[in-house]
Design a protein around this ligand. Structure first.
Ligand code: FAD
Length: 485
């Protein structure tokens, strides 16, 4: 699909850049930063694909999209067929096209990337998804719902793992109910990732596609409180359960001062902003306290989201404090670049030992140490070593702790025979997603610890395949009868 000179040498056009909202303007609004390709650019980018027979890109995709084929269709301008091809495997293409770390998945394995820049697979995927969402008349790809199998499956959690598992099971004809603790479906896609990276309208539209497959979503339903997994299986007639409850429990540093007013976990800070629309207070009910100087502790995607959100909420200064150097930042390079452009400051090799407050218990800053990097630790990253005598104060009106999250223990605590590891993650067979409890499967962050959207979706897919096989092979009674009525 690339042009050929008369010499026969292929000219490889450069990757098409993503148009962005101006950085000065966007730092004070919640509109999407990346504006998306237009029709011609999407065709041009898809046309860069070499159509490799062995499709290394697809092997790098946890949900195994036939990437060369969707790019071939997109290169022809046939976006309806392209999105149809994507949706054979991916339930959330508009989400993935925006937030997947393609540079470490499909694009990492793109043959073009060996000598040139890889195809921007995610950007074309996003265009295809948006193209379909804009086409109000004809959503061809979700119309066929198979006859009922007679089996009932419960999914706990409506994040990317749960939604993917639900959609794949519904496509097999099983009756699926998703139990979601919050008042909206989508998990981190709704409450964590900010509007300026992932508009909530996109998530809502893709959740609706799942519901259109016949999946029921019960909101405000905390499994472990309202109903237990044992009750779902023994009393409510469900034949199997998939647990996709994520890793929503914030970690703290365990240093003095973390309970001062004005100290938030990133989880609370982002939930108030994204889910409760604190940035629209007082039109919306939930406020958020934001001072002139916000300090965010951590260096991952969550920290970048919190620091960029703080600027948009009106902070004059937003500072990332990270104990390693820029090279070790775990956040996506693109997110770090966008944060720099918007004016977020970075204090590297620095970490607090104590948070400080005034006499009213309101945070005023933190006592920090400087660090040097020593030998690599178990994660392969160089360990930070405190420099003696480097104590110093960093002033702050608001502190956001973004050093990681773990799984909530409610479901394991209330489910008989469900094994977890010492971090509280549910133990599931990597080949099947089966847990220690027959008929109960699990996947996503609750199994792996905080990871990525596409890995959670891959786990949801695996869970659905295993549950389908389990139902067909186990000869259990069909609560809905043969016809599934
Ligand atoms: C701020 C932030 C930014 C991120 N940015 C990116 C990014 O750019 N790219 C990327 O790939 N990944 C990103 N991630 C990680 C990614 O979002 C997660 O890996 C992914 O959402 C995990 O999916 P999941 O389905 O396992 O869990 P979740 O998305 O956490 O969903 C779990 C759902 O289960 C519900 N639940 C929990 N307990 C119960 C219960 N007892 N009963 C009923 N429901 C329950 C929760 O309310 C939630 O809705 C980010 C994460 C955060 C926090």
């Amino acid at each position: 699909m690339t042009e050929k000179k008369k010499t026969g040498i292929k000219i490889i056009p450069s990757k098409n850049p993503m148009p962005l909202q101006d950085h000065k303007l966007r730092a004070s609004n919640f509109d999407e930063v990346a504006l998306g390709y237009d029709y011609e650019t999407a065709v041009a980018e898809a046309s860069r694909c070499l159509q490799c027979k062995n499709a290394p890109c697809s092997r790098g995709c946890p949900v195994e999209i036939d990437i060369p084929e969707f790019l071939r269709l997109a290169a022809l301008g046939n976006f309806k067929a392209a999105i149809s091809k994507i949706k054979e495997k991916n339930t959330l293409p508009g989400v993935c096209g925006r937030v997947c770390p393609q540079e470490s998945q499909c694009e990492k394995d793109c043959t073009l990337g060996i000598k040139h820049q890889p195809v921007s697979i995610g950007r074309v995927e996003r265009f295809c998804a948006d193209f379909e969402l804009a086409d109000k008349e004809d959503k061809i790809t979700n119309k066929l719902i198979p006859p009922s199998s007679g089996y009932k499956v419960a999914i706990v959690g409506s994040g990317p793992a749960g939604l993917t598992c639900a959609a794949d099971l519904a496509k097999e004809g099983h009756r699926v109910t998703v139990f979601e603790a919050l008042h909206v479906a989508g998990g981190v896609l709704m409450y964590g990732i900010p509007e300026f990276r992932l508009p909530k309208g996109i998530v809502e539209a893709e959740v609706k596609n799942v519901v259109d497959l016949g999946v029921e979503i019960e909101l405000n339903s905390v499994v472990g409180r309202l109903v237990t997994i044992d009750q779902l299986l023994d009393e409510e007639g469900y034949n199997a359960v998939f647990i996709g409850t994520g890793a929503g429990l914030p970690y703290f540093m365990g240093i003095p001062g973390e309970n001062l007013c004005g100290v938030y976990s990133a989880n609370e800070f982002l939930t108030r902003t994204n889910l409760m629309k604190a940035y629209l207070f007082p039109q919306w009910d939930t406020p958020i306290k934001i001072g002139k100087r916000v300090v965010v502790l951590g260096g991952g995607n969550v920290a970048m989201d919190a620091a960029r959100t703080a600027l948009r909420l009106g902070a004059e200064e937003s500072i990332i404090v990270y104990r390693r150097s820029e090279k070790e930042l775990p956040a996506r390079a693109e997110e770090v670049e966008h944060a720099y452009e918007e004016g977020v400051k970075f204090y590297y090799l620095t970490n607090p030992v104590k948070l400080l407050g005034d006499e009213d218990g309101i945070v005023s800053g933190m006592e920090c140490l400087k660090y040097e990097l020593g030998e690599p630790d178990a994660t392969g990253r160089r360990s930070p070593i405190a420099v003696k005598g480097s104590e110093h104060i960093i002033e702050a009106d608001t502190i956001v702790v973004a050093i990681g999250q773990g799984p909530n223990e409610l479901v394991p605590m209330t489910t008989k025979g469900l094994e977890t590891n010492k971090k509280g993650n549910i133990i599931a067979d990597p080949e099947t997603g089966a847990t220690s409890r027959p008929g109960v499967f699990a996947g996503g962050d609750v199994v792996t610890g905080a990871a990525t959207v596409i890995l959670a979706m891959g786990a949801g897919k695996l869970g659905a395949k295993s549950i389908h096989e389990y139902l067909l092979n186990s000869k259990i009674d069909k609560p809905l009868g043969r016809e599934g009525n």
